[in-house]
Design a protein around this ligand. Sequence first.
Ligand code: ACO
Length: 424
Amino acid sequence: MEDAKLLFNGKEYSLPVIEGTECEHGLDISQLRAQSGAITLDSGYGNTGSCKSAITFIDGEKGILHYRGYPIEELARKSNFVEVSFLLIYGHLPSKQELDNFRNQLTYHSLIHEDMKKFFEGFPRTAHPMGVLSAMVASLSAFYPDTDYQTDVNLNVIRLLAKLKTIVAFSYKKSIGQPYIYPQNHLSFTADLIHMLFAVPTEPYEVPKVLEDALDLLLILHADHEQNCSTSTVRMAGSSQANLFATISAGINALWGPLHGGANQEVLEMLENIRQDGSDYQKYINQAKDKKSGFKLMGFGHRVYKNFDPRARILKEAADKGLSQLGVNDPLLDIAKNLERVALEDSFFVERKLYPNVDFYSGIIYRAMNIPTNMFTVMFALGRLPGWIAQWKEMRDDPGTRIYRPRQIYTGKVNQKYIPVEKR
Ligand code: ACO
């Protein structure tokens, strides 16, 4: 394709056009500053591609999501979280032998160092589990240093994938004052997590298949989502060649915010408020439309999707099915469906192309599973881990990677003269 032309300050600059495998186009501005002295300005990065990536493809206008070329709907129906993790990180669906080997490694690395239990003891019971999670992940670097990227990285990737679910479960047990339950090697990855969350040492606990399937689906749907806020944070922190654990810990912190992964907790709290306020959902729709109210319909809208988030579609169906299988009749599901129905017909939401996102229905399923609200974002982090690792590895393995270092347009004061403090 012909280069794009840019006219600036009386000169013409050629910008090569980069085409992706799904035919999306980008203008390569990598030489722009060197040639013209100007930079581009794109607050919030809505028009900026920060990398080329072969991991995840999203078409936000059409509501399409693919991992490594496979549609999310197909993976959700036919695959499982461990296989999807392998696919994202290593780039292909594993052979039977590769999958068995990967699964065994995730099983046999799931214990955490006994000394790490002392860290859990140091946190107050009221600590938000996302804070605990990020601190514990960063602390893994003290036990498993990666002195050499080439030799240590593969093992540390396995360790992190295997141990995160143990850390997740231990932080939950800590928050409710119950004894930690150790991983069980005979259980699947997801069943083991459920066992560590809900079993107690005093009696046997059999993991309900319906819970295992529902949680596995949630983890698959959260596994990657190209260059979102937390993934970009992972690439940004990782570009300094910080170790894997420090890098992922940075991503966990970015995910925590209510505009990103923290939205699932906010959605549930919003639905609960609406219920307690007499289930008058129209009042909340009106508030969301009133900019002065500062209220947003949590779980609605997305930077990239200007159509249904395909994950929300899958989760809406899963919420209906899962709740009836679990025998749960949750009034919040009805409120959520009513909000969605009314919002999708309202011109404010239609004009702005605001649709439910992945967080809108995920919380209702977590709640039906008895996972407490403040653990929702932690479950999201566990699901997103293979995506973060895949994106980090892609960046580190690319010989062309440079440290991420955006520029800025300075708008502050100029030519200030220093005045000694006694004269100010
Ligand atoms: N409720 C009401 N109005 C909204 C909402 C919402 N949930 N989301 C966006 N809008 C409005 C904005 O006020 C804006 O209106 P305007 O054009 O009249 O000024 C317009 O829609 C565009 O929204 P922006 O905020 O500019 O979109 P942006 O891409 O910057 O933000 C975001 C996307 C953060 C997801 C936003 O839609 C939002 O805050 N949603 C609620 C939080 C949420 O659900 N986050 C989870 C996202 S998914 C994830 O991270 C897993």
